[in-house]
Design a protein around this ligand. Sequence first.
Ligand code: NAD
Ligand code: MG
Length: 405
Amino acid sequence: MQKQILTILGATGSIGVSTLDVVARHPERFEIFALSGNSQIQRLAEQCRQFAPRFAVVAGDSEAQALRKLLGAGSATEVLHGAAALDDVAAAADVTTVMAAIVGAAGLSSSLAAARAGKRLLLANKEALVMAGEVFINAVRDGGATLLPIDSEHNAIFQSLPAGFDYGLQHCGVRRIVLTASGGPFRLTPLQQLAAMTPDQACAHPNWVMGRKISVDSATMMNKGLEIIEARWLFGVEASRISVLIHPESVIHSMVDYVDGSVMAQLGNPDMRTPIAYALSYPERIDSGVSGLDLCRVGRLTFEEPDLQRFPCLELAYEALRIGHSAPTTLNAANEVAVAAFLEGELRFDQIAQVVAEVLENLPAHRLSDLGAVMEADKEARAGARAAVASIAQPMVSSLATTRS
Ligand code: NAD
Ligand code: MG
């Protein structure tokens, strides 16, 4: 067995930590080439001590100096900083496998670098695929990369498809793909209370422990919306053949519905180490540290239709996919800005969808031929979203002021 040499982008995050947990169980299979982290320098230092990567990449010069100090002079790890260094460690000749687990658009460039360099690319960073769509898939194809989905739903679909399928379901007898969704922390919250939900309430997911951005996306169900777009590109299937089913227990991670009436699903305890281990070892299977599923203990598996009044972001994502071109890029960028504003206390929970809808409506979609065009569309949508946040947040501040006076 040839060892895989790994770069983990976003090593200090939820997916990064789970990846290192699986890697540590199989020292004979994996070696770490590089780890990256943005701001959690202490955690990155501990990871460097344990895994002795050749490189560690951080955001800026001050973080680099802090990490060097923590590691000490004798460390075998060279500390780099900046976005270009992320691209370098993703594409380095020695690297076989890249885990792309940076959150948001910040992860696009390094994910693309890994794709172009023909790596085995484990993609957790769904935003990269949503914003760059066809440009991303073309880079994977042209670079000869192997793209393996980490998102639990897409990993489940990948496991439920026939072996050897090649990013296109036309010939596989697939009727539709069913993405399951937990419904998040506000599935049963009375609608009139949603406006008052705080960032901590939105981040308290019932089944999964995740980073704050994806946790908020789960609460609005924009996460499922992004996943619909992700599925469109990963599996080459049109929007009309992707449906969403609420399944609060998060045991069935997604399903493939075939024309002969068969439905293939992947089940398991909700723990990201399962899809991570599958992608790391594919086509083999290795121990992930996740305990076996005890269905008697789970007891019941339940299902319901998503309520679009409660989750307008889901409808917005379908709409962006129907419009196509730059609309998913706009959706993703506006959502990132709106979620950040919500986490900062500048926007109410229900206003996230309002910002995204406004930006989607105001910016006409246009064709994206290359990465430059993607970045331009992203930039324009962010500016539009910041303006929308400012105008929506304004009345909130003044109404507060009025109440106080
Ligand atoms: P997280 O917030 O826990 O971690 C994010 C990582 O990205 C951290 O290592 C952070 O240092 C790094 N990072 C953040 N901003 C950066 C920047 N500007 N430049 C460079 N690095 C930066 O997030 P997470 O929950 O681990 O999610 C990571 C990705 O995986 C997201 O795209 C998310 O949608 C996807 N994902 C996560 C889960 C999950 O269970 N956590 C499941 C499916 C998909
Ligand atoms: Mg998911």
